[in-house]
Design a protein around this ligand. Structure first.
Ligand code: ZN
Ligand code: FE
Length: 279
């Protein structure tokens, strides 16, 4: 537990300006992270919702943008694409079935993005639920392996809202992500961790790993540090949406829903509903 927390801080990569490979989170809007992958003098960016902070980071790090990876069509993830393409000529990769401002390579489950000059090798996973065509990218980038860029599907101790998908789809998408190795760094697109953790504590008040991580995440935010990436090993211990098989999580979901829940999909649906209204 302690190790994964320490590692996630280290791999945030914001403070690795001395090295030539890494991943840094460019803060944007209220709580988005635009992930900048750097290798030598080249870079890729994941979900650039805004072009200006990306252009500033490219200039500051003296790197050229070669690739843009998109997970889904929401404005806070694609808003900067046209301007970045215009100004850098970067190649855009994105989900096969979503409406995007621009896309050069349409991707779906089983496709690979391999860019040797960026030391980037990623496998595409279909993860519908938040949006109908949402994809994730799992593998290696910026010297970090294994990692996953999961957009708005899996968050630290949370998951995306179901705008275009069913609880069953989202539950299956999360299970697909949860099947990645424990050490996988989870690069989600938003800093929602503390509010997710407040809710997770209500679901599992007796989970000691969750209590400990909540305290550490609070300290990190007090120091203005990002809490992401986390790791899948940690998420499996502290994220209720990945713990629908645990009797205590299922019991809490049923108690909150006020009715018996037949299977993990119903537990997931009840948890999602609970989180939607939790303040
Ligand atoms: Zn979204
Ligand atoms: Fe988003």
């Amino acid at each position: 537990m302690k190790d994964s927390v320490k590692e996630s801080k280290h791999s945030a990569g914001i403070h690795d300006a001395g090295t030539r490979a890494g991943i840094s989170g460019i803060p944007a809007f209220n709580d988005n992270y635009l992930w900048l992958v750097r290798q030598g003098t080249l870079a890729a960016v994941v979900d650039p919702g805004d072009a200006a902070p990306v252009m500033a980071a490219l200039q500051q790090q003296r790197v050229q943008l070669r690739a843009i990876l998109l997970t889904h069509h929401h404005k806070d993830h694609v808003g900067g694409v046209l301007e970045l393409v215009e100004r850098t000529g970067a190649t855009v990769f994105g989900p096969a079935s979503e409406k995007l401002p621009h896309c050069d390579r349409r991707l779906s489950q089983g496709d690979r993005v391999t860019l040797p000059e960026l030391d980037l090798d990623l496998e595409v996973l279909d993860v519908p639920g938040h949006t109908a065509g949402h994809i994730a990218y799992a593998g290696r980038a910026g010297g970090v392996e294994p990692l996953v860029f999961c957009g708005d599907t899996l968050f630290a101790s949370g998951c995306g809202r179901l705008f275009e998908g069913t609880p069953r789809q989202m539950h299956e998408s999360l299970a697909k992500l949860a099947a990645l190795p424990d050490e996988t760094r989870v690069y989600c697109a938003h800093e929602y961790t503390l509010s997710n953790l407040a809710w997770a504590r209500a679901v599992e008040p007796d989970n000691a790993a969750l209590r400990e991580w909540h305290e550490q995440a609070g300290q990190m935010r007090d120091r203005d540090q990002p809490t992401v990436p986390t790791t899948l090993g940690l998420e499996r211990q502290v994220n209720p949406f990945l713990r629908t098989a645990h009797p205590q999580v299922a019991a809490a979901a049923a108690a909150h829903a006020g009715k018996p829940l037949a299977d993990e999909v119903e537990v997931f649906a009840a948890l999602r509903e609970w989180k939607n209204h939790f303040r």
